[in-house]
Ligand binder design. Structure first.
Ligand code: ZN
Ligand code: ZN
Ligand code: FE
Length: 789
């Protein structure tokens, strides 16, 4: 990604011929990516006169010279843009030649329309080489950057992208930096965040409890590394927020970080110094390697590698089947993990207490992280908008399954296969992101978080305002989840424009359809396997097969509903979910069952009465709760400390047996019973499944094998059900969405079975299958809404 503008341009000899002048308007991600120097190099290389300027709607260029050279210029501009640019369109128009000489880069000017801001990008190889070079004037500079790398989204205040509209505005350039900034031949020409030791942001280290004693610059780094080596927990200011960091190989430090953050058993991401170390920590294929070392630098989820047990304390990824690993993406991270004796594998988890939004502000970092850290490694470059690390799993076919789409991806637009009116979709309550759409593009915000907290709701407002400024979308309608009690629904109502409620699982599937470019003219079969979502009948859905297009859906099948006793309590206590499932299946609560042993006799009596009478119980067809129940029934995870923990540990167990069983483990029966009437959905009958699971456990079959068989059963049931329904409704496309598809064993098995049968499987690749992708689905459904608003 470090190709210089000069080397990216192939220069052809200027051809003689009549002189023409042409205007070109380039739209797309074309600001903050070295586009103007690229244009400059291209034009001067071809001997063309004219100028280039940034405007709010993109980059505009006028060139004058021999016709052939001008045409060659136009073609090169569209086909060979600089590495970080994304050209959406190039509009060309003829002008009268002016006899101009020379080519200039003009200052920015305002005009109608908006251009697209680039995402934050990992520091490039050339900048890194300079940073490690003792003779370079930016030797060990923690903020080294150029036109092809560095912070963008998180420091842009407004467009057009110029230093004065970024958080770098408070750092006047020194003479040498200014000279580079002004020189079109320099690789820092108009690199807005450019800085050096003498004019740039300052790194600081402040140990807790010694507010007055501050270390500055290289000293700060040394102090921070020293503390990490001694097992301290530090707040480290990054690109889109603060991290909490500690030595990942130090069990006490990891345990202490969990305790202070209130993290429970949720896995922690680690940052390692190099791809070599990453390959020791995680099992990496070629796709994982590419993603890890590419410009986006997400956390990559992979199976533990050969030395994971030695390099990581046990409690880093607890009962999860995968480790989350990333490489350094800022110069500071490279310095922080430098292999010079200090720890090179660091836990790097978002800087907040669990449930609260990411801390970006320095004052807040002192207040809110005071009880969590032993010191702060920070700097004085402000962060305009929070942006968490993105989290990605790579599928065997090389496609990305995004778990969280944030840094490195946001605010890259998602193309829409149809024109949308200007609109806002507010997303769901958990893993919230919001979406703005207009014309043929949609923009998803960075991860906002769980809207239960007031601070997160304020974060939502900030994200909305910032994305609104960057995209210029003025929404005419607002899409929200159909759940009347959602915080997001209330936020939508407060904005008070035309509201479009969208059913939760319809939104999940529409999101998947949209990212695959479907125009919605033909319905697909959609499998929404999810935790929780408000159904049109007021019950909790989550194990659904819908025949869906963007306008609406028909619910064709679902998991047989079971009562959810006490709502949230059943989610936190999966053993209660297991008891509810057994009860609904008419199976006895035998005393030896692990889920029965979890409950007090009194609790069992109350629960039985509750389930029989249906008091305080909402029926649910949730697939998430089905996996919870299975996990707890087998005694794997009766209580959870984070969302989906029971299902995650159940999958981890299944993978162990799956790898050792050949051929694949056999399935339990899980038949799809016919619908009682044409207007009602068919139901998967869960009784034979639970009876077989209980029998296996009674016979002493290892829980890992039970888990593998369970996964196989659900995958096979989904496949068989889809095959029947696809034939009946004459569709060939099956979309898979919902948080349960974070389970790769389930997702891969379902996909393989469906594809072997000739069905086309649509899986998420650019937005998450979980609620983080919900807003895009809401947006496309709302765009198709007809009738009164
Ligand atoms: Zn660079
Ligand atoms: Zn400078
Ligand atoms: Fe959902």
């Amino acid at each position: 990604m470090s190709a210089s503008p000069e080397s990216a341009v192939r220069v052809a000899p200027p051809a003689p011929g009549p002189v023409v002048r042409r205007r070109l308007r380039v739209r797309g991600v074309v600001q903050g990516v070295g586009f103007r120097p690229h244009v400059y190099a291209l034009a001067t290389g071809l001997g063309l006169a004219g100028h280039v300027a940034n405007g709010s709607s993109g980059v505009s260029v006028e060139v004058e010279g021999p016709r052939e050279a001008v045409e060659h210029f136009g073609a090169q501009l569209a086909e060979r843009p600089p590495p970080l640019a994304r050209v959406v369109s190039v509009e060309q128009g003829e002008l009268e030649p002016l006899g101009e000489r020379g080519f200039t880069i003009r200052p920015s000017h305002e005009e109608e329309g908006r251009t697209l801001a680039p995402a934050d990008t990992a520091v490039c190889e050339r900048c890194l080489a300079e940073m490690w070079d003792p003779d370079d004037r930016r030797h060990r500079h923690p903020f080294i950057t150029c036109t092809h790398c560095g912070p963008r989204f998180t420091l842009i205040e407004d467009l057009p992208y110029d230093r004065s509209r970024t958080t770098m505005t408070g750092f006047p350039l020194c003479e040498r930096c200014a000279a580079e900034y002004r020189d079109p031949a320099d690789r820092r020409f108009h690199a807005q965040p450019v800085a050096c030791h003498s004019c740039g942001p300052r790194l600081r280290f402040t140990p807790a409890g010694f507010g007055a004693r501050r270390h500055v610059d290289l000293d700060a780094l040394r102090a921070a590394r020293g503390m990490l080596a001694r097992g301290a927990i530090l707040a480290v200011k990054g690109l889109g927020g603060y991290h909490l960091a500690c030595d990942a190989g130090n069990p006490e430090a990891v345990e202490e970080l969990r305790r202070r953050k209130g993290r429970g058993d949720k896995p922690l991401a680690v940052m390692v110094d190099s791809l070599d170390t990453a390959a020791r920590v995680a099992r990496l294929g070629p796709y994982e390697r590419e993603l890890l070392s590419g410009p986006r630098r997400p956390v990559v989820l992979a199976r533990p590698g050969p030395e994971a047990g030695r390099l990581l304390a046990d409690r880093v990824c607890a009962g999860s089947p995968r480790v989350g690993v990333m490489l350094p993406y800022t110069p500071l991270h490279h310095l922080l993990t430098e292999p010079d004796g200090g720890p090179t594998v660091l836990v790097m988890t978002s800087g907040n207490r669990s449930g609260e939004p990411l801390v970006t502000d320095d004052t807040q970092a002192v207040e809110r992280l005071a009880d969590l850290v032993d010191g702060w490694l920070w700097h004085d470059r402000p962060i305009r908008v929070p942006c968490d690390d993105s989290v990605v799993r790579v599928r065997p076919d090389g496609t990305e399954a995004l778990v969280r789409r944030s840094r490195g991806y946001v605010p890259e637009p998602l193309p829409l296969p149809f024109p949308a009116p200007p609109l806002l979709a507010v997303g769901g309550d958990l893993k919230n992101t919001l979406c703005l759409a207009s014309g043929d593009q949609a923009w998803l915000s960075a991860h906002v978080g769980d809207l239960g907290e007031l601070a997160t709701q304020q974060g939502f407002e900030r994200a909305r305002a910032h994305l609104g400024r960057l995209t210029g979308v003025a929404p005419e309608r607002i899409a929200h989840d159909a759940h009347p009690g959602y915080h997001s629904t209330r936020l939508a109502r407060r904005l008070g424009r035309a509201l479009v409620p969208v059913q939760h699982h319809h939104a999940h599937l529409a999101s998947c359809m949209a990212e695959h470019g479907l125009d919605g003219s033909r319905p697909v079969l959609g499998v929404a396997f999810d935790g929780t979502g408000y159904g049109t009948d007021g019950s909790v859905w989550g194990g659904e097969v819908l025949l869906a297009d963007y306008r609406g859906f028909q619910r064709l099948a679902r998991l047989a509903p079971v009562p959810l006793p006490g709502g949230d309590a059943a989610v936190r206590l999966p053993y209660r979910m297991a008891l509810a499932h057994l009860h609904a299946a008419g199976l006895p609560w035998e005393e030896w069952l692990p889920c029965v042993r979890q409950a007090e006799p009194q609790e069992l009596r109350v629960l039985r009465r509750q389930l029989s009478g249906g008091v305080g119980c909402v029926p649910t067809s949730s697939a998430g709760r089905l996996f919870d129940a299975a996990s707890a029934l087998a005694g794997v995870c009766p209580r959870v400390s984070y969302e989906a923990q029971a299902a995650v540990e159940w999958e981890a167990l299944a993978l162990r047996a799956w790898d050792e069983t050949s051929p694949a483990p056999s399935a339990y029966p899980l038949p799809l019973a016919a619908a009682p009437s044409a207007r009602r959905p068919a139901s998967w009958n869960l009784r034979p499944l639970w009876r077989a699971v209980v029998d296996d456990l009674r016979d002493g079959v290892p829980p890992a094998l039970v888990a593998a068989r369970f996964h196989r059963s659900v995958a096979y049931a989904v496949y068989a059900g889809c095959r029947t329904l696809a034939t009946r409704h004459r569709v060939r496309q099956v979309a898979l969405s919902g948080g349960v598809f974070a389970n790769s064993l389930l997702e891969e098995t379902v996909t393989d079975l469906l594809r072997a049968d000739g069905l086309e499987v649509l899986r998420h690749q650019r937005v998450p299958a979980n609620d983080g992708g919900l807003a895009l689905g809401q947006a496309v459904v709302a765009a198709h809404h007809r009738g009164p608003l």
